[in-house]
Design a protein around this ligand. Structure first.
Ligand SMILES: *Cc1c(COP(=O)(O)O)cnc(C)c1O
Length: 241
């Protein structure tokens, strides 16, 4: 795990780059939220980041965060928001609603129905983002744009009273060049504008896009929430074979 001073250093450098990207894009720093992606890093790393003023965290596995959350002080837990950014299986929806403050990877109508009823059960209004897959990578999850599956979900969402739709999320293709990455972020923004027009009842404010390697491009294309892991917490341990 990074020491507190390493983390502080990295955050300062990151903030410099975010500020530079915002300036270059003619945007205000306050328009772009920084989500600290703490997956694979211990709960202590989340606490250290919280000490430095970070309040929004991203985790990609229900089971992993279930364990870590027991190590976070309950009063401190109220001061931070932790969102799920990884694929969620429907059978874990209820557990995810208990654990997370938002689901940024909603990718099907059946999952939306499960989340809505679990949120109703816990008396919550659950913030969600729709995860959109803009490139045809077979391993990737997310809804493809201009599909029946996305249209059906968009039509039903206004009736799901315990879900609060905030916008869209995407992951740029791995190893893509700058032009392809940028085109992907631009496509998400355009889709957001299209959906806003066609479904005025849905809030489409948030565009969660941009990670350690590409957040400057994402900010240039209108990102409102960048998700940064490596540039803050350092390299993640490689998964065991
Ligand atoms: C891991 C992950 C990130 C952070 O990636 P880095 O390159 O380490 O910044 C962002 N978004 C999602 C969905 C992730 O799974």
């Amino acid at each position: 795990m990074a020491t507190d001073s390493e983390l502080r250093e990295r955050l300062l450098r990151l903030e410099d780059s975010i500020a530079a990207a915002c300036r270059a894009a003619g945007r205000k720093r306050a328009e772009v939220a920084l989500m600290a992606v703490s997956k694979t890093h211990p709960a202590a790393a989340m606490l250290a980041a919280q000490e430095l003023g970070l309040a929004l965290f991203g985790e990609n596995r229900v089971q992993e965060f279930a364990q870590k959350s027991t190590l976070l002080p309950t009063d401190g837990r109220a001061a931070i928001a932790v969102h799920l950014i990884g694929h969620l299986q429907s059978n874990k929806a209820a557990r995810a609603v208990e654990l997370f403050d938002g689901i940024d990877s909603l990718d099907s109508l059946p999952l939306a129905l499960r989340l809505d009823s679990a949120a109703a059960h816990s008396g919550k209004h659950l913030p969600v983002l729709l995860e959109i897959k803009l490139s045809d990578e077979p391993t990737k999850t997310g809804l493809m744009q201009h599909t029946r599956a996305l249209d059906e979900l968009l039509e039903r969402l206004p009736d799901l009273a315990h879900l609060r739709v905030d916008g869209l999320m995407t992951i740029a293709p791995l190893d893509a060049g700058e032009d392809e990455t940028r085109a992907c972020f631009r496509a998400l923004r355009r889709l957001r504008d299209e959906i806003s027009k066609a479904h005025p009842a849905l809030n489409m404010h948030e565009l969660s896009m941009g990670m350690s390697g590409d957040f400057a491009l994402a900010i240039a294309e209108g990102s409102t929430r960048i998700r940064v892991g490596t540039a803050l917490f350092g390299a993640r341990p490689k998964p065991q074979p």
